[in-house]
Design a protein around this ligand. Structure first.
Ligand SMILES: Nc1ncnc2c1ncn2[C@@H]1O[C@H](COP(=O)(O)OP(=O)(O)OP(=O)(O)O)[C@@H](O)[C@H]1O
Ligand code: SF4
Ligand SMILES: [Mg+2]
Length: 388
C-alpha cells in the first residue's frame, strides 16, 4: 500500500476542529464577514417542470475581509465564485448563512435599509459588454446609480464628470453609447458607475478576464490606483493566480462550492497547503519556466455540483486521497498563523496514520520488501511572479 504523504512541518501540530477562524490578523476588524453561506439552484425537468434536483453552487462558504484590504477569491470555472459575489450583495437570496457588513446583517435587512446598504456595496461584473444598457449614454449610465440613491440635479453631472476623469476617460466620452467604446473603455465606465456612489466595498467579479492582455494590465493598474484613492475594501474574483497575488492581501481558494484554503496572500503563495491550491499554482503560467517543462493540467474535470463527491469534494482528483477522504468532509481549520486549510492530511488522526504507515514501510524496507512505494509529499510549489 502506498504511504500517504507527510504534511509540511508548519512548526505546530495539526488543527483543532474549531470553526474556521478569521485568517486576518488578530485585532483587525473585518468590514465584511460571510458565515456558512449556502445557495442551491433548483434544476427543473420531467413532468410539469418540477424541480428534481439542485445545483449546490455555494455550500457552506465562510470568509472575512478586513477593512481597507483586498481578498482574492480564486477557483476553476463553475466553482461558485460569481454566485458567492451575488450572495454577498444579496442579488440572489441565500438558502442559509449570514453576510455581515460593518456589523449589519445584510441577509436580514429589507426595504430602505437594504437600499441604503447597497450604496456602500457595489459590484463590477465580468462582461463589460452585457453589463451596460446599449440605449443609454455614458453620462446616464453612470448618473443612474446616483439617481437610484436619491440624488438629482446639476450635482449629478458634476459628480459624473469627476468620476469619468478618475477612471481615465475624457469628458467627451459622457455622450457616447456603449457600442462606441472599446472593451477597456466599457470596463472603465463600469468602474465609474460603481465608484460614483462612493462605496466602501467593491466586489470585482473577473473584471479583466474578457479583455485583451494589453488592456488587462491597464485596467488592473487603474484598479489598484482607484482602490487606494477611494479607500476601498475589495473582494476580487479571478481564476488568474498571478493577478490575485498581485492585488490581494489575503486569498481564498474555492473548489466546487466550498473554500478549501484561506490565508494571508504571502503565506498561501509561499506555502500552499491544499493539494488543489498546489495543483493550481503548479499549472499557473510562469515566464521563468522553460517551454516544454509545464506540468500537466489538473487531471479530470470539475465534478458536477448536482452530485458532488462524498467526503472531500477534491478526492476524485487528489493524488493524496485516503479512505477517510471519501467518508468525512474535512473542516476548514487553522494550520499556521493567518492560514487555514480543509484537508485531512493536516489533521492529527491522519498524521498519526501516516506516521504508523511510514514506520511499517521502514520496517518492510529493512526486511528487504520493496513492494511499497512512498508518494511524493505535497510540497509547496514555486513562488509565482506578478509582472503586471
Ligand atoms: N441561476 C442559476 N441557475 C442554475 N444554476 C446556476 C445559476 N447560477 C449559477 N449556477 C450554477 O452554479 C455553479 C456555480 O456557478 P458560478 O457562476 O457561481 O461559477 P463561477 O465560479 O463564477 O464560474 P466562472 O469562472 O465560469 O464565472 C455552476 O454549476 C452554474 O452552472
Ligand atoms: S482531504 Fe481532500 S485534498 Fe486532502 S488528501 Fe483527502 S482528498 Fe486530498
Ligand atoms: Mg463567474
Amino acid at each position: 500500500m502506498p504511504t500517504p504523504p507527510h504534511p509540511p512541518d508548519l512548526g505546530r501540530s495539526a488543527s483543532s476542529s474549531s470553526p474556521p477562524e478569521c485568517a486576518e490578523r488578530a485585532g483587525a476588524s473585518p468590514l465584511l464577514e460571510v458565515r456558512g453561506l449556502r445557495k442551491a439552484f433548483p434544476v427543473r425537468g420531467g413532468w410539469l417542470g418540477r424541480a428534481r434536483t439542485a445545483v449546490r453552487a455555494v455550500d457552506g462558504v465562510s470568509f472575512a475581509v478586513e477593512a481597507g484590504s483586498t481578498l482574492g477569491l480564486v477557483g476553476e470555472s463553475g466553482c461558485g465564485k460569481s454566485t458567492t459575489a451575488r450572495l454577498v450583495l444579496r442579488l440572489v437570496e441565500p438558502d442559509d448563512g449570514r453576510v455581515v457588513f460593518d456589523g449589519r446583517d445584510v441577509t436580514a435587512l429589507g426595504g430602505g435599509a437594504l437600499r441604503a446598504l447597497r450604496r456602500e456595496m457595489q459590484i463590477v461584473f465580468q462582461d463589460p459588454y452585457s453589463s451596460l444598457n446599449p440605449q443609454m449614454a455614458v453620462r446616464d449610465l453612470i448618473g443612474f446609480n446616483l439617481r437610484v440613491h436619491g440624488e438629482g440635479g446639476a450635482a449629478v453631472d458634476a459628480t459624473v464628470d469627476a468620476v469619468l476623469e478618475d477612471v481615465g476617460l475624457a469628458r467627451g466620452y459622457a455622450v457616447r453609447y456603449p457600442h462606441e467604446l472599446s472593451g477597456g473603455q466599457r470596463q472603465r465606465v463600469n468602474l465609474a458607475r460603481a465608484l460614483v456612489v462612493r462605496p466602501r466595498l467593491l466586489v470585482a467579479d473577473e473584471p479583466v478576464s474578457a479583455l485583451d492582455k494589453s488592456v488587462q494590465a491597464q485596467v488592473l493598474n487603474l484598479f489598484v490606483d482607484l482602490r487606494a484613492r477611494y479607500g476601498l475594501t475589495t473582494l476580487f474574483i479571478s481564476h488568474d493566480l498571478n493577478v490575485v497575488e498581485y492585488l490581494s492581501d489575503s486569498v481564498a481558494v474555492m473548489y466546487l462550492g466550498q473554500i478549501v484554503e484561506w490565508g494571508r496572500a504571502e503565506a498561501v503563495y509561499a506555502q500552499p497547503l491544499h493539494p488543489y491550491t498546489q495543483a493550481l499554482m503548479a499549472a499557473a503560467p510562469d515566464p521563468d519556466r522553460p517551454r516544454g517543462q509545464r506540468p500537466p493540467p489538473l487531471a479530470g474535470d470539475l465534478p458536477s455540483p448536482l452530485d458532488p463527491p462524498s467526503g472531500c469534494r477534491f478526492r476524485t482528483r487528489c493524488p493524496h486521497a485516503m479512505p477517510l477522504c471519501a467518508e468525512q468532509p474535512p473542516a476548514l481549520a487553522p494550520q499556521a498563523p493567518a492560514h487555514t486549510v480543509a484537508c485531512h492530511l493536516y489533521e492529527p488522526s491522519a498524521i498519526s496514520y501516516q506516521q504508523s504507515a511510514a514506520k511499517t514501510q521502514a520496517s518492510e524496507r529493512s526486511r528487504g520488501d520493496t513492494s511499497t512505494h512512498a508518494v511524493a509529499p505535497p510540497t509547496a510549489s514555486r513562488k509565482l511572479t506578478a509582472d503586471r
